[in-house]
Design a binder for this molecule. Structure first.
Ligand code: URA
Length: 430
Protein backbone atom coordinates (compact mmCIF):
# COMPACT_ATOMS: atom_id res chain seq x y z
CA UNK A 1 0.00 0.00 0.00
CA UNK A 2 2.84 2.33 0.98
CA UNK A 3 4.18 1.89 -2.56
CA UNK A 4 1.32 4.10 -3.80
CA UNK A 5 2.17 7.02 -1.53
CA UNK A 6 2.74 10.15 -3.62
CA UNK A 7 6.26 10.51 -2.18
CA UNK A 8 7.22 7.01 -3.35
CA UNK A 9 5.68 7.45 -6.80
CA UNK A 10 7.43 10.78 -7.28
CA UNK A 11 10.78 9.34 -6.12
CA UNK A 12 10.50 6.49 -8.62
CA UNK A 13 9.67 8.69 -11.58
CA UNK A 14 12.34 11.21 -10.57
CA UNK A 15 14.86 8.33 -10.71
CA UNK A 16 13.64 7.41 -14.21
CA UNK A 17 11.78 4.22 -13.28
CA UNK A 18 8.69 3.02 -15.11
CA UNK A 19 5.49 3.59 -13.15
CA UNK A 20 3.13 0.69 -12.65
CA UNK A 21 -0.58 0.89 -13.40
CA UNK A 22 -1.53 1.29 -9.67
CA UNK A 23 0.98 4.15 -9.32
CA UNK A 24 -0.34 6.02 -12.37
CA UNK A 25 -3.92 5.42 -11.28
CA UNK A 26 -3.07 6.78 -7.82
CA UNK A 27 -1.73 10.02 -9.36
CA UNK A 28 -4.81 10.45 -11.55
CA UNK A 29 -7.16 9.67 -8.67
CA UNK A 30 -5.22 12.19 -6.61
CA UNK A 31 -5.74 14.82 -9.31
CA UNK A 32 -9.46 14.12 -9.69
CA UNK A 33 -10.29 13.85 -5.99
CA UNK A 34 -8.00 16.61 -4.73
CA UNK A 35 -6.05 14.27 -2.41
CA UNK A 36 -2.78 15.08 -4.19
CA UNK A 37 -1.65 18.66 -3.64
CA UNK A 38 -0.72 21.01 -6.47
CA UNK A 39 2.92 20.62 -5.40
CA UNK A 40 2.75 16.83 -5.70
CA UNK A 41 0.98 16.93 -9.06
CA UNK A 42 3.38 19.59 -10.35
CA UNK A 43 6.31 17.38 -9.35
CA UNK A 44 4.65 14.37 -11.01
CA UNK A 45 4.19 16.33 -14.24
CA UNK A 46 7.76 17.63 -14.22
CA UNK A 47 9.23 14.18 -13.51
CA UNK A 48 7.07 12.67 -16.29
CA UNK A 49 8.05 15.45 -18.70
CA UNK A 50 11.79 15.07 -18.02
CA UNK A 51 12.06 11.30 -17.55
CA UNK A 52 9.36 10.48 -20.09
CA UNK A 53 6.56 7.93 -20.12
CA UNK A 54 6.81 4.90 -22.39
CA UNK A 55 3.97 3.65 -24.58
CA UNK A 56 2.46 1.45 -21.85
CA UNK A 57 2.63 4.21 -19.24
CA UNK A 58 1.05 6.66 -21.70
CA UNK A 59 -1.79 4.23 -22.42
CA UNK A 60 -2.37 3.58 -18.71
CA UNK A 61 -2.29 7.29 -17.84
CA UNK A 62 -4.73 8.05 -20.69
CA UNK A 63 -7.12 5.30 -19.60
CA UNK A 64 -7.03 6.40 -15.96
CA UNK A 65 -7.73 10.01 -16.97
CA UNK A 66 -10.53 8.88 -19.30
CA UNK A 67 -12.05 6.81 -16.48
CA UNK A 68 -11.94 9.80 -14.11
CA UNK A 69 -15.10 11.07 -15.81
CA UNK A 70 -18.18 10.07 -17.80
CA UNK A 71 -17.84 7.62 -20.70
CA UNK A 72 -20.73 7.70 -23.12
CA UNK A 73 -19.99 4.52 -25.14
CA UNK A 74 -22.08 5.90 -28.02
CA UNK A 75 -20.82 3.43 -30.65
CA UNK A 76 -22.90 0.74 -28.94
CA UNK A 77 -26.02 2.60 -30.05
CA UNK A 78 -24.75 4.47 -33.12
CA UNK A 79 -22.89 2.24 -35.57
CA UNK A 80 -20.36 3.93 -37.89
CA UNK A 81 -20.00 6.83 -35.46
CA UNK A 82 -16.97 9.02 -36.33
CA UNK A 83 -14.94 11.60 -34.46
CA UNK A 84 -12.17 13.96 -35.57
CA UNK A 85 -9.58 15.99 -33.71
CA UNK A 86 -7.15 18.66 -34.85
CA UNK A 87 -4.17 19.84 -32.85
CA UNK A 88 -5.29 23.31 -33.90
CA UNK A 89 -4.34 25.95 -36.36
CA UNK A 90 -5.13 29.33 -37.84
CA UNK A 91 -8.24 29.30 -40.02
CA UNK A 92 -8.70 25.58 -39.28
CA UNK A 93 -12.46 25.14 -39.65
CA UNK A 94 -12.39 21.61 -41.11
CA UNK A 95 -14.65 20.13 -38.42
CA UNK A 96 -17.54 22.31 -39.63
CA UNK A 97 -17.80 21.05 -43.24
CA UNK A 98 -16.53 17.56 -42.35
CA UNK A 99 -19.47 16.73 -40.10
CA UNK A 100 -22.30 17.30 -42.63
CA UNK A 101 -20.31 15.68 -45.45
CA UNK A 102 -19.88 12.49 -43.44
CA UNK A 103 -23.46 12.58 -42.16
CA UNK A 104 -24.84 12.79 -45.72
CA UNK A 105 -22.73 9.74 -46.59
CA UNK A 106 -24.30 7.73 -43.74
CA UNK A 107 -21.50 8.23 -41.20
CA UNK A 108 -22.73 10.08 -38.09
CA UNK A 109 -20.29 12.44 -36.35
CA UNK A 110 -19.89 13.33 -32.69
CA UNK A 111 -17.35 15.91 -31.57
CA UNK A 112 -16.75 17.38 -28.16
CA UNK A 113 -14.74 20.39 -29.11
CA UNK A 114 -12.66 22.93 -27.28
CA UNK A 115 -12.34 26.66 -27.04
CA UNK A 116 -9.47 28.69 -28.45
CA UNK A 117 -6.05 27.61 -27.21
CA UNK A 118 -3.18 30.10 -27.46
CA UNK A 119 -3.02 31.66 -30.93
CA UNK A 120 -5.32 29.05 -32.51
CA UNK A 121 -9.10 29.21 -32.75
CA UNK A 122 -11.57 26.77 -31.22
CA UNK A 123 -14.48 25.09 -32.97
CA UNK A 124 -16.78 25.87 -30.03
CA UNK A 125 -16.05 29.60 -30.28
CA UNK A 126 -16.63 29.57 -34.05
CA UNK A 127 -19.99 27.86 -33.64
CA UNK A 128 -21.04 30.38 -31.00
CA UNK A 129 -21.01 33.00 -33.78
CA UNK A 130 -24.28 31.34 -34.87
CA UNK A 131 -27.16 33.00 -32.99
CA UNK A 132 -28.78 30.61 -30.52
CA UNK A 133 -26.52 27.60 -31.14
CA UNK A 134 -26.24 25.61 -27.91
CA UNK A 135 -23.07 23.62 -27.16
CA UNK A 136 -23.85 22.15 -23.73
CA UNK A 137 -24.82 18.58 -24.63
CA UNK A 138 -25.28 15.60 -22.36
CA UNK A 139 -25.40 11.99 -23.52
CA UNK A 140 -29.19 11.94 -24.14
CA UNK A 141 -29.17 15.17 -26.14
CA UNK A 142 -26.21 13.90 -28.15
CA UNK A 143 -27.98 10.64 -28.98
CA UNK A 144 -31.13 12.50 -30.02
CA UNK A 145 -29.15 14.80 -32.32
CA UNK A 146 -27.29 11.88 -33.85
CA UNK A 147 -30.55 10.08 -34.56
CA UNK A 148 -32.27 13.19 -35.97
CA UNK A 149 -29.46 14.83 -37.94
CA UNK A 150 -26.38 12.54 -37.90
CA UNK A 151 -24.36 15.27 -36.14
CA UNK A 152 -23.75 16.33 -32.54
CA UNK A 153 -21.11 18.92 -31.70
CA UNK A 154 -20.73 20.03 -28.11
CA UNK A 155 -18.19 21.27 -25.65
CA UNK A 156 -16.42 18.98 -23.19
CA UNK A 157 -18.06 19.71 -19.84
CA UNK A 158 -16.63 19.25 -16.35
CA UNK A 159 -17.94 15.69 -16.22
CA UNK A 160 -15.60 14.61 -19.04
CA UNK A 161 -12.07 13.67 -17.85
CA UNK A 162 -12.05 15.91 -14.74
CA UNK A 163 -8.48 14.79 -13.94
CA UNK A 164 -7.32 16.49 -17.13
CA UNK A 165 -8.88 19.78 -16.13
CA UNK A 166 -6.65 19.97 -13.06
CA UNK A 167 -3.56 18.50 -14.68
CA UNK A 168 -3.85 20.78 -17.72
CA UNK A 169 -4.03 23.91 -15.55
CA UNK A 170 -0.96 22.72 -13.62
CA UNK A 171 0.95 21.89 -16.84
CA UNK A 172 0.34 25.44 -17.91
CA UNK A 173 1.94 26.70 -14.67
CA UNK A 174 4.86 24.26 -14.62
CA UNK A 175 6.14 24.49 -18.22
CA UNK A 176 5.17 20.87 -18.90
CA UNK A 177 2.59 21.49 -21.64
CA UNK A 178 4.96 20.35 -24.41
CA UNK A 179 5.55 16.78 -23.10
CA UNK A 180 4.27 14.43 -25.82
CA UNK A 181 2.96 11.69 -23.47
CA UNK A 182 1.17 14.33 -21.37
CA UNK A 183 -0.33 15.94 -24.50
CA UNK A 184 -1.45 12.50 -25.70
CA UNK A 185 -3.14 11.59 -22.42
CA UNK A 186 -4.79 15.02 -22.23
CA UNK A 187 -6.20 14.98 -25.76
CA UNK A 188 -7.33 11.34 -25.79
CA UNK A 189 -8.81 11.29 -22.28
CA UNK A 190 -11.37 13.83 -23.55
CA UNK A 191 -11.65 12.61 -27.15
CA UNK A 192 -12.33 8.97 -26.30
CA UNK A 193 -15.00 9.82 -23.72
CA UNK A 194 -17.87 9.83 -26.24
CA UNK A 195 -16.93 6.35 -27.46
CA UNK A 196 -17.01 6.91 -31.24
CA UNK A 197 -16.08 3.82 -33.29
CA UNK A 198 -13.37 5.59 -35.33
CA UNK A 199 -11.20 8.66 -34.84
CA UNK A 200 -9.18 10.64 -37.34
CA UNK A 201 -6.52 13.08 -36.16
CA UNK A 202 -5.22 16.11 -37.99
CA UNK A 203 -1.79 16.79 -36.52
CA UNK A 204 -0.39 20.07 -37.76
CA UNK A 205 3.16 21.26 -38.34
CA UNK A 206 4.41 24.69 -39.38
CA UNK A 207 4.44 28.25 -38.04
CA UNK A 208 0.78 28.20 -36.95
CA UNK A 209 0.89 24.77 -35.28
CA UNK A 210 0.98 23.92 -31.60
CA UNK A 211 4.17 21.94 -32.45
CA UNK A 212 5.77 23.77 -35.41
CA UNK A 213 8.55 21.21 -36.09
CA UNK A 214 7.55 18.45 -38.49
CA UNK A 215 9.62 15.79 -36.66
CA UNK A 216 7.98 16.57 -33.33
CA UNK A 217 4.49 16.71 -34.84
CA UNK A 218 5.19 13.30 -36.42
CA UNK A 219 6.18 11.86 -33.03
CA UNK A 220 2.99 13.22 -31.46
CA UNK A 221 0.86 11.80 -34.27
CA UNK A 222 2.48 8.37 -33.89
CA UNK A 223 1.97 8.38 -30.10
CA UNK A 224 -1.67 9.50 -30.40
CA UNK A 225 -2.42 6.84 -33.02
CA UNK A 226 -0.65 4.07 -31.07
CA UNK A 227 -2.33 5.01 -27.78
CA UNK A 228 -5.87 5.33 -29.17
CA UNK A 229 -5.54 2.02 -31.03
CA UNK A 230 -4.14 0.33 -27.92
CA UNK A 231 -7.27 1.53 -26.12
CA UNK A 232 -9.43 -0.15 -28.75
CA UNK A 233 -10.45 2.81 -30.92
CA UNK A 234 -9.47 2.48 -34.60
CA UNK A 235 -7.53 5.70 -35.19
CA UNK A 236 -5.24 7.16 -37.82
CA UNK A 237 -3.77 10.57 -38.50
CA UNK A 238 -2.78 12.95 -41.24
CA UNK A 239 0.25 15.13 -40.67
CA UNK A 240 -0.72 18.39 -42.38
CA UNK A 241 0.70 21.81 -43.07
CA UNK A 242 -0.06 24.87 -40.97
CA UNK A 243 2.56 27.27 -42.24
CA UNK A 244 -0.16 29.51 -43.69
CA UNK A 245 -3.83 30.00 -42.80
CA UNK A 246 -6.16 27.25 -43.96
CA UNK A 247 -8.68 28.54 -46.49
CA UNK A 248 -9.18 32.24 -47.01
CA UNK A 249 -10.75 33.37 -43.74
CA UNK A 250 -9.59 33.54 -40.13
CA UNK A 251 -12.00 34.61 -37.40
CA UNK A 252 -15.30 33.28 -36.10
CA UNK A 253 -18.35 34.42 -38.07
CA UNK A 254 -16.29 34.47 -41.29
CA UNK A 255 -15.16 30.86 -40.79
CA UNK A 256 -18.77 29.71 -40.46
CA UNK A 257 -19.53 31.69 -43.61
CA UNK A 258 -16.60 30.05 -45.44
CA UNK A 259 -17.92 26.65 -44.36
CA UNK A 260 -21.26 27.43 -45.98
CA UNK A 261 -19.45 28.57 -49.13
CA UNK A 262 -17.56 25.27 -49.24
CA UNK A 263 -20.81 23.37 -48.78
CA UNK A 264 -22.31 25.15 -51.77
CA UNK A 265 -19.32 24.38 -53.99
CA UNK A 266 -17.56 27.73 -53.63
CA UNK A 267 -14.96 26.87 -51.02
CA UNK A 268 -11.20 27.25 -51.31
CA UNK A 269 -9.29 24.27 -52.72
CA UNK A 270 -7.02 23.65 -49.71
CA UNK A 271 -9.92 23.52 -47.27
CA UNK A 272 -11.85 21.12 -49.49
CA UNK A 273 -8.80 18.90 -50.10
CA UNK A 274 -8.08 18.51 -46.39
CA UNK A 275 -11.75 18.02 -45.49
CA UNK A 276 -12.10 15.28 -48.13
CA UNK A 277 -8.86 13.58 -47.02
CA UNK A 278 -9.99 13.41 -43.38
CA UNK A 279 -13.51 12.25 -44.35
CA UNK A 280 -12.07 9.46 -46.51
CA UNK A 281 -9.65 8.49 -43.74
CA UNK A 282 -12.21 8.16 -40.95
CA UNK A 283 -14.66 6.32 -43.25
CA UNK A 284 -11.90 3.83 -44.13
CA UNK A 285 -11.39 3.11 -40.42
CA UNK A 286 -15.00 1.87 -40.45
CA UNK A 287 -14.29 -0.15 -43.60
CA UNK A 288 -16.31 2.26 -45.77
CA UNK A 289 -14.71 3.35 -49.07
CA UNK A 290 -15.69 6.99 -49.50
CA UNK A 291 -14.67 8.25 -52.93
CA UNK A 292 -14.02 12.00 -53.39
CA UNK A 293 -16.72 11.81 -56.08
CA UNK A 294 -19.30 10.85 -53.43
CA UNK A 295 -18.29 13.82 -51.28
CA UNK A 296 -18.41 16.15 -54.29
CA UNK A 297 -21.96 14.92 -54.99
CA UNK A 298 -22.97 15.64 -51.39
CA UNK A 299 -21.95 19.23 -52.05
CA UNK A 300 -23.32 19.54 -55.60
CA UNK A 301 -26.74 18.19 -54.59
CA UNK A 302 -27.03 20.73 -51.76
CA UNK A 303 -27.48 17.85 -49.27
CA UNK A 304 -24.39 18.68 -47.17
CA UNK A 305 -25.34 22.36 -46.78
CA UNK A 306 -28.94 21.44 -45.99
CA UNK A 307 -27.72 18.92 -43.37
CA UNK A 308 -25.46 21.52 -41.74
CA UNK A 309 -28.36 23.98 -41.42
CA UNK A 310 -30.77 21.29 -40.21
CA UNK A 311 -28.26 20.22 -37.57
CA UNK A 312 -27.63 23.85 -36.49
CA UNK A 313 -31.39 24.37 -36.10
CA UNK A 314 -31.73 21.15 -34.09
CA UNK A 315 -28.95 22.36 -31.81
CA UNK A 316 -30.70 25.67 -31.13
CA UNK A 317 -29.66 27.99 -33.99
CA UNK A 318 -32.23 30.74 -34.56
CA UNK A 319 -34.74 29.87 -37.30
CA UNK A 320 -34.15 33.30 -38.87
CA UNK A 321 -30.46 32.45 -39.21
CA UNK A 322 -30.90 28.99 -40.71
CA UNK A 323 -33.44 30.45 -43.17
CA UNK A 324 -30.95 33.10 -44.25
CA UNK A 325 -27.52 32.22 -42.89
CA UNK A 326 -25.48 35.40 -42.97
CA UNK A 327 -23.12 36.58 -40.24
CA UNK A 328 -21.57 40.01 -39.70
CA UNK A 329 -18.13 41.19 -40.83
CA UNK A 330 -16.56 44.10 -38.92
CA UNK A 331 -16.93 47.26 -40.98
CA UNK A 332 -13.45 48.81 -40.96
CA UNK A 333 -11.33 47.22 -43.73
CA UNK A 334 -7.51 47.53 -43.67
CA UNK A 335 -5.68 46.22 -46.73
CA UNK A 336 -2.21 44.84 -46.01
CA UNK A 337 -0.07 45.04 -49.14
CA UNK A 338 3.35 43.81 -50.14
CA UNK A 339 6.09 46.44 -49.91
CA UNK A 340 8.08 44.72 -52.64
CA UNK A 341 7.76 42.44 -55.63
CA UNK A 342 8.83 38.82 -55.25
CA UNK A 343 7.43 35.53 -54.02
CA UNK A 344 5.49 34.88 -50.83
CA UNK A 345 8.04 32.83 -48.89
CA UNK A 346 6.71 32.62 -45.30
CA UNK A 347 3.78 33.53 -43.08
CA UNK A 348 4.28 33.81 -39.33
CA UNK A 349 0.94 32.22 -38.53
CA UNK A 350 1.48 32.25 -34.80
CA UNK A 351 2.12 36.02 -34.76
CA UNK A 352 -0.86 36.48 -37.07
CA UNK A 353 -3.12 34.53 -34.68
CA UNK A 354 -1.87 36.54 -31.70
CA UNK A 355 -2.54 39.84 -33.53
CA UNK A 356 -6.08 38.70 -34.23
CA UNK A 357 -6.54 38.04 -30.51
CA UNK A 358 -5.33 41.57 -29.84
CA UNK A 359 -7.84 42.82 -32.40
CA UNK A 360 -10.70 41.18 -30.46
CA UNK A 361 -11.07 37.91 -32.39
CA UNK A 362 -9.84 35.87 -29.43
CA UNK A 363 -9.47 35.91 -25.67
CA UNK A 364 -6.65 37.90 -24.16
CA UNK A 365 -7.59 36.30 -20.81
CA UNK A 366 -9.76 33.31 -19.85
CA UNK A 367 -13.48 34.04 -19.97
CA UNK A 368 -13.13 37.26 -22.03
CA UNK A 369 -15.67 37.89 -24.79
CA UNK A 370 -14.79 37.27 -28.43
CA UNK A 371 -15.93 39.60 -31.21
CA UNK A 372 -17.09 37.16 -33.91
CA UNK A 373 -17.08 39.84 -36.62
CA UNK A 374 -13.35 40.68 -36.36
CA UNK A 375 -11.80 38.79 -39.28
CA UNK A 376 -8.91 38.37 -41.61
CA UNK A 377 -9.02 37.45 -45.27
CA UNK A 378 -5.78 35.84 -46.44
CA UNK A 379 -5.15 36.84 -50.03
CA UNK A 380 -1.84 35.09 -50.64
CA UNK A 381 -0.60 31.54 -51.03
CA UNK A 382 2.93 30.42 -50.19
CA UNK A 383 5.11 30.22 -53.28
CA UNK A 384 2.92 32.66 -55.20
CA UNK A 385 4.33 35.61 -57.19
CA UNK A 386 3.39 38.99 -55.65
CA UNK A 387 3.81 42.47 -57.05
CA UNK A 388 4.62 45.57 -55.02
CA UNK A 389 1.38 46.99 -53.58
CA UNK A 390 -0.55 43.74 -54.10
CA UNK A 391 -2.86 42.79 -51.19
CA UNK A 392 -1.58 40.00 -48.95
CA UNK A 393 -4.44 40.20 -46.44
CA UNK A 394 -7.48 42.23 -45.51
CA UNK A 395 -8.21 42.87 -41.87
CA UNK A 396 -11.74 43.71 -40.72
CA UNK A 397 -11.83 45.61 -37.42
CA UNK A 398 -14.45 47.55 -35.46
CA UNK A 399 -12.40 50.76 -35.69
CA UNK A 400 -9.30 51.95 -37.52
CA UNK A 401 -6.03 50.62 -36.16
CA UNK A 402 -3.23 51.29 -38.61
CA UNK A 403 -0.63 50.10 -36.08
CA UNK A 404 -2.21 46.68 -35.90
CA UNK A 405 -2.48 46.49 -39.69
CA UNK A 406 1.22 47.44 -39.98
CA UNK A 407 2.15 44.74 -37.45
CA UNK A 408 0.14 42.27 -39.50
CA UNK A 409 2.19 43.21 -42.56
CA UNK A 410 5.29 42.02 -40.64
CA UNK A 411 3.83 38.49 -40.56
CA UNK A 412 4.48 38.05 -44.31
CA UNK A 413 7.88 37.50 -45.90
CA UNK A 414 8.19 38.28 -49.59
CA UNK A 415 11.52 37.02 -50.97
CA UNK A 416 13.32 37.93 -54.19
CA UNK A 417 13.59 34.26 -55.22
CA UNK A 418 10.76 31.72 -55.54
CA UNK A 419 10.57 29.20 -52.70
CA UNK A 420 8.79 25.85 -52.93
CA UNK A 421 5.52 25.87 -50.97
CA UNK A 422 5.09 22.97 -48.50
CA UNK A 423 2.55 20.27 -49.37
CA UNK A 424 -0.83 20.53 -47.61
CA UNK A 425 -0.76 16.85 -46.66
CA UNK A 426 2.63 15.58 -45.50
CA UNK A 427 1.93 11.99 -44.61
CA UNK A 428 -0.59 9.55 -43.26
CA UNK A 429 0.13 7.83 -39.95
CA UNK A 430 -1.75 4.64 -39.33
N1 URA B 1 -5.02 20.04 -26.30
C1 URA B 1 -5.35 19.39 -25.16
O1 URA B 1 -6.50 19.13 -24.89
N2 URA B 1 -4.36 19.03 -24.34
C2 URA B 1 -3.07 19.29 -24.60
O2 URA B 1 -2.23 18.92 -23.83
C3 URA B 1 -2.76 19.97 -25.79
C4 URA B 1 -3.75 20.32 -26.62
Amino acid sequence: MGAQLPYEILSRKRAGERLTEPALRAAVAGAASGTWSDAQLGAFLMAAAIRGLDGDETRTLTLAMLESGERWQLAREVPLLCDKHSTGGVGDKVSLPLAPLLAVCGLPVVMLTGRALGHTGGTADKLEAIPGLELGLDRDATLRLLRDTGIAIGIATGSIAPADRRLYALRDQTATVSSLPLITASILSKKLATGAGALVLDVKAGSGAFLPELAEARQLAALLVATANALGVPTSAWLTDMSQPLGRWVGHACEVQETLELLQGEGPGDLQELTFALATEVAALHGVALEPQRLAEAIASGAARETFLRWARAQGAAAAWTASPRLPLAEEEHVVTSSQAGWLAAVDCRALGLLLIEAGAGRARPGAAIDPAVSLRYEGRLGQRVERGEPLARLYLRRRDDGLAAALGECFTVAPEPKQAPPLLYERIA
